[in-house]
Design a protein around this ligand. Structure first.
Ligand code: FES
Ligand code: FES
Length: 174
């Protein structure tokens, strides 16, 4: 089947098998290997992307279901060589060890912050409960998400505001 999908701002048209999962279309057809596969059973969240502005586990979506849609992956977040504030917060708070869960954690964090720009610890843990990390014990991840919320708040600085605007557009806000 032929699909047309916009991924990280570029539009692609490709023939796909009806049974092909979106995560494999991204990785194998488009070479977007920043989105990773941790389980293939919809449990780990490592494959989380945004589909039309909302986070989904791309191993639970068929590529044909993305026909006509807008997809954002971890590879679409940085701008002009500058990390997105959420990426920067994960880096600065040492919120990763092996890094395998990190793309999905960051994409899910963006969705969480779009719904709740100032989440407390409980809200962060609840918002990320579909994303598993085998390394960190989650403490620094929670810290990073709350730090990211601070960085994306209006007044946090020109670079943060520009990038926060980008991410608001990506998650379907104003
Ligand atoms: Fe998709 Fe684990 S690979 S949830
Ligand atoms: Fe290794 Fe999360 S940092 S799985």
């Amino acid at each position: 089947m032929r699909i047309t999908v916009t991924v990280d701002g570029t539009t692609y048209t490709d023939e796909v098998e009806p049974r092909q999962l979106l995560v494999y279309y991204l990785r194998e057809t488009l070479g977007k290997t920043g989105t990773v596969v941790g389980c293939d059973t919809s449990n780990c969240g490592a494959c989380t992307i945004h589909l039309d502005g909302h986070s989904v586990k791309s191993c639970s979506v068929l590529a044909v279901q993305a026909d006509g849609a807008e997809v954002t992956t971890i590879e679409g977040l940085a701008r002009d060589g500058e990390l997105h504030p959420v990426q920067r917060a994960f880096h600065d708070n040492h919120a990763l060890q092996c890094g395998f869960c990190t793309p999905g954690m960051i994409m899910q964090t963006l969705d969480l912050l779009a719904d709740d720009p100032d989440p407390d610890e409980h809200a962060v843990r609840h918002g990320l409960e579909g994303n598993l990390c085998r390394c960190t014990g989650y403490q620094n991840i929670v810290r990073a998400v709350r730090d990211a919320a601070d960085r994306m708040r209006p007044g946090a600085g020109p670079a943060a505001e520009r990038l926060a605007d980008d991410s608001r557009q990506m998650v379907g806000g104003e």
